[in-house]
Design a protein around this ligand. Structure first.
Ligand SMILES: NC(=O)c1ccc[n+]([C@@H]2O[C@H](COP(=O)([O-])OP(=O)(O)OC[C@H]3O[C@@H](n4cnc5c(N)ncnc54)[C@H](OP(=O)(O)O)[C@@H]3O)[C@@H](O)[C@H]2O)c1
Length: 224
């Protein structure tokens, strides 16, 4: 059986646990220190998985700006319906063409508009299952994966227990509006969430931000 790659997530959240503004985007809330940290984390990954809505809303820059001689991770995008505009920065400025995983139902559409800027991979079946994507990435020789959200995509990986490390930056703002997403979440809670705590392995304060690293713990044998 193929060993699945290590998957780390990296997210920034406000003091009230939100990861996007009321307009659905994340800009102006992360400091230069957080961007530097993000590049350091990116430089340790071979592959960077980005959410479709995050690309549509935030149009992130992928290449490393703060790590000298670092190698950009290869962008990976999961498209289970529709496609993306080819003028997004991920297609214009990535050193290696992004890898796109899609399904039979949107394969022709994706191929039609992104074939010249990305490598497109058809995943068998009706669902874009993250486990299958990781298996395919492993077969391609990728073993260190960074997932940068958004929360819907993070949730599909957390739900299958595929994440082993969380990098979390707490930024010094309160947004205050209900119903904005946190780092992950879907319609249902995770089974046994209160028996699967994460280990805090690092915490660092720089100016008004806190940089945390959590790693997956074993299931606790008894509850207190
Ligand atoms: N604060 C932070 O650190 C941070 C980081 C990243 C993003 N964000 C914020 O998060 C917002 C977007 O988050 P989001 O949750 O709306 O969207 P997202 O996670 O960026 O993208 C979700 C979309 O990806 C596609 N997808 C393909 N395969 C999937 C799968 N297996 N599971 C889930 N989705 C899959 C789906 O679109 P189709 O069904 O159409 O294919 C889905 O609607 C951004 O606007 C950004 O501001 C914040």
């Amino acid at each position: 059986m193929t060993r699945l790659p290590n998957v780390t997530i990296n997210m920034a959240m406000t003091l009230d646990g939100k990861v996007s503004r009321p307009d659905g985007r994340w800009y102006g809330l992360s400091s230069r220190n957080d961007k530097k940290r993000m590049d350091e984390i990116r430089s340790q990954a071979e592959v960077l998985i980005l959410g479709k809505n995050s690309i549509l809303n935030d149009d992130p820059v992928i290449h490393l700006r703060y790590v000298e001689n670092g190698k950009d991770p290869r962008p990976v995008i999961l498209l289970r319906s529709g496609t993306l505009p080819e003028d997004k920065k991920v297609f214009r400025f990535s050193k290696e063409p992004p890898l796109i995983f899609c399904l039979k139902k949107n394969y022709s559409l994706v191929k039609d508009n992104l074939d010249s800027v990305a490598e497109i991979i058809l995943v068998q079946g009706e669902e874009l299952n993250p486990r299958e994507v990781l298996r395919l990435l492993s077969e391609m020789g990728y073993h260190e994966i960074l997932l940068e959200g958004g929360p819907s995509l993070n949730d599909s990986f957390f739900r299958l227990d595929l994440i082993s490390r969380i990098h979390l930056t707490v930024v010094p703002f309160l947004i205050g509006k209900n119903d904005l997403p946190s780092i992950t979440g879907g319609k249902k809670e995770y089974p046994d969430f209160d028996r699967k705590n994460w280990n805090l392995v690092s915490s660092e304060v720089i100016e008004d931000e806190v940089f945390l690293i959590y790693e997956k713990n074993q299931v606790r044998l008894s509850q207190t």
